[in-house]
Ligand binder design. Sequence first.
Ligand code: DGI
Ligand code: FE
Ligand code: FE
Ligand code: FE
Length: 189
Amino acid sequence: MELIEIRKKLKKVQDKDRYEHTKGVMYTAGCLAMAYGYDMQKAMLAGLLHDCAKCIPNDEKLRLCEENDILISSVERENPFLLHAKLGALLAKTEYDVTDPLILHAIKVHTTGEPDMNILDKIIYIADYIEPNRNKAANLDRVRELAFHDLDVCMAEILHDTLVYLKKRGGNIDPTTQMTYEFYKHYKE
Ligand code: DGI
Ligand code: FE
Ligand code: FE
Ligand code: FE
C-alpha cells in the first residue's frame, strides 16, 4: 500500500487527535531519519503505522491478541492499551501489507522499548515522544534537543522520565520498560 492510501485508511479508524499525532510521528520520524542518514521512507512508514491498533477497544485488543497467538503478560492483561504495540505490528502486516521486518519490529517495541534497539526502533520510540502535538511530558525541550544529538542519550532520558511519571501515577510497570531503562541508563547525562 502507498503512504497516501494508508493515511486514508488510518483517518477512518483513528480518532481526530490520534490521527494528528500519527502524522506528527510520521514527519518527526522522517526528520530524525534525515538527521541520522537513515532511510526516510522506511522511517515515515513505520511512524505512520506505529499506532494503527491504538483506537481498537481494549476488550477487542485482548480478543484479537488471543485469536492471533500473541502472548499476553499479566501487566498487559491489566493494562490492555500496552497491547496496541504488538497488535499494531500484526495489523501493519495483515491490514496494511507491510512485510519489512524492521518496520514491524519498530511498531512492536514502540511503547515499552526493548534492550539494544536498532536505529529505526529508536527513531520511532523517540518520534512518538517528541512529535509537535505532544506537549505534556516534563523536560520536552531538552529531550527534543537530545533527539537530534544522540539517540541513546535521548532514549535514556525518555525512559527515565517515563518511569518517574509511571511511579508517580502508580501505573503498572511492564518489566520490558524497566529492562530497557536498565540497558540505556548509563548513557544518561
Ligand atoms: O500510543 P501513544 O500514547 O502515542 O504512545 P505509547 O504507545 O508510547 O504509550 C505511551 C504511554 O505508555 C505513556 O503514558 C507511558 C505509558 N507506558 C510506557 N511504558 C509503560 C507504560 N504504561 C504502563 N502502565 N507500563 C509501562 O511499562
Ligand atoms: Fe503507541
Ligand atoms: Fe512511545
Ligand atoms: Fe504514538
